[in-house]
Design a protein around this ligand. Structure first.
Ligand code: NDP
Ligand code: 8X3
Length: 254
């Protein structure tokens, strides 16, 4: 297979790319951090003997997205799988105190960015008569939690788009799936708290979150079902997390 993973410089996207590479698949990896992309390409090619193409672009910029996708070398086409993973949370504030810049960054990345990438890639899949789009949603797309307001709204939008894309692409024979994780320890919380690593660490204190590899495993499983099987939606949680807000922690003060 040939797979394109957005946001492969870190966390879930990076582990997903590694899972496909480990299984011998050809990869296109994307992100904004060019040095990380180059280093990761080098590692994957050496370690797994596969071909990797890098695309450095910001998913929030439609012209950059279109140019990058149009520039994919023919040897990396047709694409079999698109993993729409690039995304972020910014801030954790009440609606009356939230920063408008945080809201715009989340909406522009998680909703508009995912749409721009899909709009550029889907016609290639339609032309090829095959393909599979896997959207990384979240428990935040299934539930809303206090101060999660806009992040949850963006992931609810991903949940709706996942369903809408599946309907629109059904006649074209293109599969659409969503993998919705609960808490996963990546750079997610450091980004959410504007680089405050101490605050980010506290999010996972006393509990075992998912590892990005656990989510990658679910993505790869969804991508490798037989042709007649589609995985519509997976909600994957740490064993100690029942809902967005109910987590069992063992803290040293207990
Ligand atoms: P990370 O911060 O570790 O990774 C985010 C990735 O997205 C990076 O590779 C980053 O690359 C990329 N990205 C962010 N903004 C842009 C942009 N504007 N243009 C291009 N790429 C971008 O976080 P995670 O791995 O945790 O997050 C991946 C996805 O998983 C997100 O959609 C997130 O919402 C979702 N998720 C995360 C959960 C968690 O608890 N961690 C739980 C549920 C869902 P670069 O900075 O190089 O551009
Ligand atoms: C990330 C999971 O619970 O921090 O989507 O919103 S959560």
């Amino acid at each position: 297979m040939i797979c394109l993973v957005t946001g492969a410089t870190s966390g879930i996207g990076k582990s997903t790319a590694e899972e496909f590479a480990k299984n011998g698949h050809q990869l296109i990896i994307t992100g904004r951090r060019e040095e990380r992309l180059a280093a990761f390409k080098n590692t994957l090619e050496k370690k797994f003997g596969i071909l990797v193409h890098t695309l450095c672009f910001d998913v929030r910029k439609p012209h950059e997205v279109e140019a990058a996708i149009q520039g994919i070398p023919v040897s990396f086409l047709p694409l079999d799988v698109l993993v729409n993973n690039a995304g972020l949370a910014a801030g954790l504030s009440s609606i009356q105190e939230g920063q408008v810049e945080h809201w715009e960054r989340m909406i522009d990345t998680n909703v508009k960015g995912l749409l721009y990438v899909t709009r550029a890639v889907a016609p290639l899949m339609v032309k090829a008569g095959k393909g599979h789009i896997i959207n990384i949603g979240s428990i935040a797309g299934k539930e809303v939690y206090p101060n999660g307001n806009v992040y949850c709204a963006t992931k609810h939008a991903v949940d709706a788009l996942n369903k809408g894309m599946r309907m629109d692409l059904l006649p074209q024979g293109i599969k659409v799936s969503a993998i919705n994780p609960g808490m996963v320890e990546t750079e997610f919380s450091v980004v959410r708290f504007d680089g405050d690593a101490e605050r980010a660490k506290k999010v996972y204190a006393g509990m075992q979150p998912l590892r990005p590899e656990d989510v990658a495993d679910a993505v790869y499983w969804a991508a490798t079902r037989p042709a007649h099987v589609n995985i519509n939606d997976i909600l994957i949680m740490p064993s100690v997390q029942a809902t967005a807000t109910q987590v069992i922690r063992k803290l040293s003060s207990d």
